[in-house]
Design a protein around this ligand. Structure first.
Ligand code: GLN
Ligand code: ZN
Length: 765
């Protein structure tokens, strides 16, 4: 039996890489200093794994920005617009690399960045490879060889991790017509062969090919590509040992293909899909080893040794110890680094957790316990583990009978408004009296350095609660006044009191815990610190009523209450694994419902429940979509359905394509939905038009992700496009998303123009 790790977090346990990259980009440190930070992180990571006793330690899992971009540079998939960056004589390979990741605006050049998108169903984002017809590839970077050599110097014969050829192509995007990305297999294969030859010459024995697409829905041409690629690689390298790593889903219908590939070891994700073990054991051929991904690489819970051992034993009986590998389910990139830094977390909760460093140890302990259970020196660990797991089953910190009973008592009625939309619409119009093309914003106004400083000072005790409150009130009042002045119809309070749209709610809900240092890479140097939902969720007190009520008291116009929806709170947190996600989501939905009802009681007549993450929660396999959508939509409806017909419920979504889920979006039955639309020139609206979406819609008329101020004319144009497909009386006018990342000057100009555009458009009627 052997242990291995698919990949280790590379941001550094104190986010050293983030800081060094940002300093390098700002010109505050030189290349050599950045490289030193990178090398130190690599050797720290290797040491952690070596000291823990891991048998196969990865290299090339480190990255200065993104592992897919690394691969693009290695195989020379560098779009031609960056060639000039490479030619500038002071630019290093890393400067070219960062230009691809972030764009390049200096030396008289102005080059856009490559596109970025989500890495499967994680919150990590990768840089999308760009493919062209007949594209040629060429080994272009030494990064992987340098890292292998670095590990060797540290006394480790590392296992290089490469994104498998087929997955690499499938991750990319065709940038011109007339070909399919899989047509490029033959062009890119020689480069993979060259990489492996060099690694072999350096002394590599193992290669890990990450092929997550083997666990997804793939077409026949991809299946053929898998067979072709791996038989060719095998032919060229009969002695190298290949691990093909799948994760985030089960192999399911691709199982026959996966076990037929000429690899030495197949890695499967038993955290996400434990059910596949039996099937895999049935069909695994005699010459194939099996890597059991038993330690969850994506979540922060301590492994349940007893459960993992039952899987390992089952595999042992069938395959014998020689062929078994024990590993985390996926790369540990998606876990925070080290639990030991968490000195503030309740010790009882801490005892249920494991971050990357702890997970490495779990893998080793599992191997020991599985190989010599009797004499194992780790028996004490086992006993402690059993205790930790069993306290989670009964702890009063987690389990709240009232919450469970309330959730169990939810009936269909709880997710239904009193009447259907046409009736509600009339009631709302009577109360709200809004004009045609009502204008509004998505919620947040600029979170200036000043506002963030107040919060920082308040947290450090340098501002009293009263002082902080007074400053926020001033800012809110000023924002209300300003919206009135420029003639916005439905005002917002500005969200100045919020740090983050999930954290703000998590901090006020029971069942949530927060880490001090639980950072996880989101993209490049950007890290997020997701809250931990450890227990039954409920809302002890109102969360937003104070600020909404204050804002409403400052004006005679309507102020929209602003909440984050249950699916988004779930999606952007580490979620408990001792009950279905749908159940946790329902508990959050009930807590938000309480808040919605209290806002209504406080006189707030328009309430927005943001659900930007509903689409990203979609399961990776299409056959699982409807089950997810059913509970996700129901959760939204539970949160929204406790109010009177005359209270108008809004929702907001961004970064979404709606075509394939439009029916479910309509099922959410929000009175108004605002969506991101301007970057696609209203194209996203077509899904709503084709579906004859019955409720009201605010397609964003300007892109808030850029500092650029749009003209009134541009927005009128977009509004016209919107009216081509959606009846005018259904339309709202608003920006694409919240304005918290923008500056006031651009925000002011853009919103003044937006209001003018709406006024002008309504003159036509
Ligand atoms: N109400 C939030 C805001 O305006 C919505 C943010 C989002 O959609 N991501 O900031
Ligand atoms: Zn948004």
């Amino acid at each position: 039996m052997q242990t291995h790790i698919l990949g280790y977090p590379r941001i550094g346990s104190k986010r050293e890489l983030k800081k060094a990259c940002e300093q390098y980009w700002a010109g505050k440190i030189v290349l050599e200093e950045l490289l030193t930070v990178g090398r130190n992180i690599c050797s720290q990571n290797w040491n952690i794994q070596k000291e823990a006793g891991i048998d196969l330690i990865p290299c090339n899992d480190f990255s200065y920005y993104d592992q897919v971009l690394d691969m693009s540079l290695i195989v020379g998939a560098i779009p031609s617009r960056y060639h000039e960056v490479a030619l500038k004589k002071n630019n290093s390979e890393l400067d070219l690399y960062f230009a691809m990741a972030r764009g390049y605006q200096k030396d008289g050049l102005d080059i856009t960045a490559m596109e970025m998108t989500k890495w499967f169903d994680t919150n990590y984002h990768y840089i999308v490879p760009e493919f062209y017809k007949n594209q040629q590839f060429k080994l272009t970077s030494d990064k992987i060889f340098n890292e292998f050599a670095g590990a060797k110097q540290a006394g480790i014969n590392a296992k290089p991790v490469i994104i498998g050829l087929v997955s690499y192509l499938l991750l990319g995007k065709e940038k011109e017509e007339g070909f399919d990305k899989l047509d490029l297999v033959s062009n890119i294969l020689p480069v993979y062969i060259e990489i492996l030859s060099k690694l072999q010459a350096q002394g590599a024995e193992w290669i890990q090919f990450d092929e997550p697409f083997l666990a997804l829905d793939i077409a026949d041409d991809a299946k053929e590509a898998y067979l072709k690629v791996y038989s060719e690689l095998r032919k060229q390298f009969p002695k190298l040992k290949f691990i093909i790593a799948t994760y985030f889903e089960g192999l399911k219908n691709n199982l026959p293909l996966a076990v037929s590939l000429p690899a030495d070891v197949l890695h499967i994700d038993l955290a996400r899909n434990p059910e596949q073990l039996g099937e895999v054991l049935e069909s695994i051929p005699d010459n194939l080893g099996l890597s059991l991904g038993v330690v969850d690489g994506r979540n922060i819970w301590k492994n349940d040794y007893e459960k993992s051992l039952s899987f390992i034993k089952k595999a042992l009986e069938k395959l014998g110890s020689e062929r078994i590998f024990i590993a985390p389910s996926s790369s540990l990139l998606h876990s925070p680094c080290d639990l030991e830094f968490e000195t503030n977390i309740d010790p009882e909760i801490k005892n249920w957790l494991a971050f990357a460093k702890q997970k490495v140890k779990e893998v080793v302990v599992l191997k020991e316990l599985a190989s010599n259970a009797e004499s194992s020196t780790f028996l004490a660990d086992f006993e402690e583990n059993k205790k930790a797991i069993s306290t989670r089953k009964t702890s009063l910190l987690i389990h709240n009978e009232n919450v469970k009973e309330r959730s169990a008592a939810v009936t269909e009625k709880d997710s239904q408004r009193k009447n259907t939309f046409p009736t509600r619409r009339e009631e709302q119009q009577k109360v709200l009296q809004l004009p045609l093309f009502p204008t509004t914003t998505i919620g947040s106004f600029p979170q200036t350095t000043e506002v963030r400083n107040w919060r920082a000072k308040f947290k450090k005790g340098e501002l009293t609660a009263e002082q902080y409150d007074a400053l926020l009130k001033e800012e809110t009042q000023r924002t209300i006044r300003w919206q009135e002045e420029i003639g916005i119809d439905v005002l917002v309070h500005g969200e100045f009191e919020r740090n983050d749209m999930v954290e703000y709610f998590g901090e006020q809900l029971e069942g949530f815990a927060f880490t001090k240092n639980g950072w996880v890479q989101s993209y490049g140097s950007r890290c997020v610190k997701p809250p931990i939902i450890f227990g039954d969720v409920f809302r002890p007190d109102p969360m937003t009523v104070y600020w909404s009520q204050y804002a409403q008291s400052q004006t005679n116009q309507w102020v929209k209450g602003m909440l984050t929806g249950p699916v988004t709170i779930l999606q952007w947190s580490f979620v408990r694994d001792d009950q279905p996600r749908s159940e946790t989501c329902k508990q959050i939905a009930l807590a938000i419902r309480d808040e919605v009802n209290d806002l209504e009681k406080a006189g707030i007549r328009i309430i927005q429940i943001d659900e930007p993450a509903i689409r990203e929660g979609l399961p990776l396999r299409k056959s699982d979509w409807q089950t997810y959508l059913k509970w996700a939509v129901e959760a939204f409806r539970i949160s929204a359905s406790g109010v009177e017909d005359a209270t108008q419920i809004h929702t907001h979504m961004c970064y979404s394509e709606f075509n394939d889920i439009i029916k479910n979006i309509a099922d959410m039955d929000a009175d108004v939905i605002t969506i991101e639309c301007s970057r696609s020139q209203m194209e996203l609206l077509n899904a709503f038009a084709d579906f004859k979406y019955p409720n009201e819609i605010g397609p964003g008329v300007y892109d808030i992700h850029s500092p650029r101020v749009p003209s009134k004319e541009e927005m009128i144009e977009l509004l016209k496009k919107a009216q081509d497909v959606i009846p005018a009386h259904q339309l709202w006018v608003n920006p694409d998303c919240g304005l918290k990342t923008r500056h006031w000057d651009e925000t002011e100009k853009a919103l003044i123009a937006m209001v003018a555009a709406a006024k002008e458009a309504s003159l036509e009627y």
